[in-house]
Structures are given as structure tokens and as C-alpha cells.
Design a protein around this ligand. Structure first.
Ligand code: 4NP
Length: 154
């Protein structure tokens, strides 16, 4: 079982996009039972709020629903609960490490690390561009899934 937590600043735009896209990819490959996938925020800004309409609209284009998801904040206990804690940009990584108190088990990544790139994923809360963010998240999740499948555990 792979336990994956996607993380961004607010948990209303990018990390829920990654969570529900990854869940969809895993389901389409019949791998649901091998994964536990969720998302969280480094900040408290949007706690309890639903997914941003821009993310909802973009995922709906691909028949993906985010129904029931509301923003939650990353906790120190999540470090032990998950195998992979995956941020979207460098500032997320700094905030994750602040909350977890470090990364002794090397569980913390940026999503595009899995594509071999050091790039950040732009925040559509500021850019307004959910299309570019979706393309990056799609590329990152595809590479992450390939990476995990290559580990031969699913
Ligand atoms: P996210 O975007 O980190 O991709 O969910 C943001 C959402 C809300 C805020 C910032 C970024 N905010 O400042 O409330």
C-alpha cells in the first residue's frame, strides 16, 4: 500500500487537483486497493473550505468529481501516517519541513521531482491559470505513478 499526501499552501487549488487526478489514474488502472491518497494545506487560510471552483471546473472536464473534499491542515502526525508527502513548490517544502520537524525518512518531494525537473507548479490562486497547473500536475502524477509501479509493489 502506498500512502500519499499531496500538499500545497491552501489545499483548495493544487493539492486537491493532484489528489483527485491521482485517484482517477489509479482507479482507471485497477490499482485502487494499493493506494491511500489525500491532500492537505501548510497554512490555516482555507481550513474547512471547499475546493476552488477553478480546480472543480478543470477536473469536471475529465469527469472527475471532488465532492465532499474540504481543506485540512498538515499535522506533524501526518509524517508517520504517509509514505510520500508531496509539495507543489519550494515554499511548500520549507513549510512541510517546519511542520514535520524534518525529513529523516526521505518522504518529502516536490511533485515535478518525479519528472526529473526541479520546477515548481504555479499557484492558480495567483495566476488564475488552471490549465497550465493541470498540465503540470498531470505530468507529475503520471511520473509518480510510473515511479511507484517501477518499485514493483503494485
Ligand atoms: P493552493 O492555492 O495552495 O494551490 O490551494 C492557494 C489557495 C489559497 C490561498 C493561497 C494559495 N490563500 O492565500 O488563501
Amino acid at each position: 500500500m502506498f500512502k500519499i499526501l499531496f500538499i500545497c499552501l491552501g489545499n483548495i487549488c493544487r493539492s486537491p487537483m493532484a489528489e483527485f487526478l491521482m485517484k482517477d489514474m489509479v482507479k482507471k488502472r485497477g490499482l485502487e486497493s494499493a493506494f491511500y491518497i489525500a491532500s492537505a494545506a501548510t497554512s490555516s487560510y482555507e481550513i474547512g473550505n471547499p475546493v476552488h471552483p477553478g480546480t472543480r471546473k478543470k477536473l469536471a472536464q475529465y469527469g472527475i468529481s471532488v465532492s465532499g473534499k474540504t481543506a485540512v491542515q498538515l499535522t506533524k502526525a501526518d509524517y508517520n501516517k504517509y509514505d510520500y508527502l508531496i509539495g507543489m513548490e519550494a515554499s511548500n517544502i520549507r513549510n512541510i519541513l517546519r511542520i514535520t520537524g524534518g525529513d529523516p525518512e526521505h518522504k518529502v518531494y516536490k511533485l515535478l521531482d518525479f519528472t526529473g525537473s526541479n520546477r515548481d507548479i504555479a499557484d492558480p490562486w495567483y495566476t488564475g491559470n488552471f490549465d497550465v497547473t493541470y498540465d503540470d500536475i498531470y505530468e507529475g502524477c503520471t511520473a509518480l505513478l510510473e515511479f511507484l509501479q517501477n518499485k514493483n509493489q503494485c
